[in-house]
Design a protein around this ligand. Structure first.
Ligand code: GN1
Ligand code: MG
Length: 367
């Protein structure tokens, strides 16, 4: 039972009221996330409890330090602008000893947040209007952090979007063939080798100083922004584990890859997978509306490259994890990572076909 997993953890946090119930949020691929209901008199209080994946995040305390720095900065920026902060920035619930993490003595690191009320995190984006809002949410996030000193942040996952280093790690996994699965995926390996140069292009542009390093979210799936149920406006960006120095192209590309795909990230029928141009345009409008004025002309022109690189990177990450024997991402079937990798490859092929249209879309928007 779910409750048994968390019952010894709950007393260590300063939750208000009496525990009432728990449900699991299953959409994340890395951490375990639970939604808690407490009763404070007649009032319901909602919290989010997470077990941080310490295989993925080797230094959970440093991750929490980053989150505290970033949320403080966001709150201060909103206050300066006279904007409300309640329900608009993640708010940590301290442990009974005033800490930001509870260590359970069995290797588990736990943290808790206030639940963002009357808002939804969308796993699928059904309309261009919603996609534009998601774009505004992530664009505003980047704008609010544009004056944050990047060197204060710890690399929660070093070289997270460093596709060149990731490629070497991938080749190493292929050589090791730890789970004996390489023979089965030779075509997929070739697919990635063919795109090796393209995959490294953002890293090269950053290295040469042709693209600026910014503080970015780095995991911009639509379900990482809460959208208000009444107003339909993006109110709060969540999942701040990977906020690190990066490129605006990462956040743009990853968001389009996820939200503008016509199918789920693990759709087994690849004939259903394509890039929805209308949703891509809508996201781009929202994102550019919020970042216009500080993104460089070159960054804006190169946004479509972000879609290609991030889609290819994730295809490689899923395939690598399949080859390694499913050690990183949570899986719900033995072939889950392979299905995910193939889905990203199908999406990338469609993005490649639409490259001219994507570039024309950007030109139209900035003219
Ligand atoms: C992971 O945990 P979640 O679902 O927010 C992953 C992202 C991937 C994503 C693919 C820390 O994100 O990088 O893009 O799965 N997060 C980490 O769904 O590796
Ligand atoms: Mg995440």
């Amino acid at each position: 039972m779910l409750y048994n997993l968390i019952k010894n953890i709950l007393p260590h946090f300063r939750f208000e009221g009496q525990y009432e119930s728990v449900s699991e949020c299953v959409s994340g691929n890395v951490n375990n996330t639970y939604r808690l209901v407490y009763l404070d008199g007649a009032r319901e209080k909602h919290y989010v409890l997470q077990r941080v994946n310490s295989y993925v995040f080797r230094e959970p305390r440093q991750v929490m330090r980053n989150i505290a720095l970033v949320t403080d900065h966001l709150r201060a920026a909103m206050e300066r602008r006279g904007e409300p902060t309640e329900g608009r920035v993640l708010q940590l619930i301290p442990t009974t000893t005033g800490d930001v993490l509870y260590e359970d003595g069995q290797g588990g690191f736990w943290r808790a947040y206030n639940f963002i009320e009357n808002a939804t995190a969308y796993d699928t984006v059904d309309s261009p209007a919603l996609m534009r809002e998601v774009g505004r949410g992530f664009g505003a996030f980047q704008r609010l952090l544009s004056d944050f000193p990047a060197d204060r942040l710890f690399a929660s996952i070093p070289n997270f979007h460093h596709t060149t280093k990731r490629f070497y790690a991938f080749v190493h996994s292929v050589d090791e063939d730890a789970a004996g699965r390489v023979r089965e995926v030779e075509n997929e390996i070739e697919f990635l080798f063919d795109r090796r140069k393209m995959m490294g292009s953002i890293v090269r542009l950053l290295d040469r100083g042709e693209l600026p390093l910014r503080v970015t979210h780095n995991d911009t799936k639509s379900n990482n922004v809460m959208v208000d149920n009444k107003t339909g406006k993006a109110v709060c960006v969540i999942d701040l584990d990977t906020v690190m120095p990066g490129s605006a192209l990462y956040d743009y590309g990853d968001a389009v890859r996820f939200g503008a795909s016509t199918a789920a990230e693990d759709e087994p029928d690849t004939s259903k997978i394509a890039l929805d141009m209308e949703k891509t345009r809508a996201f781009t409008m929202g994102f550019v509306e919020e970042t216009n004025g500080f993104l460089t002309q070159k960054e804006i022109e190169l946004l479509p490259l972000g879609i290609k690189v991030l889609t290819c990177e994730l295809a490689m990450r899923f395939l690598k994890d399949y080859i390694d024997g499913d050690v990183y991402f949570k899986v719900n079937s033995p072939k889950h990572n392979l299905i995910r990798a193939r889905a990203q490859m199908a999406l990338l092929e469609d993005v490649e076909k639409k490259e001219d249209a994507l570039n024309a879309m950007i030109r139209d928007m900035i003219d």
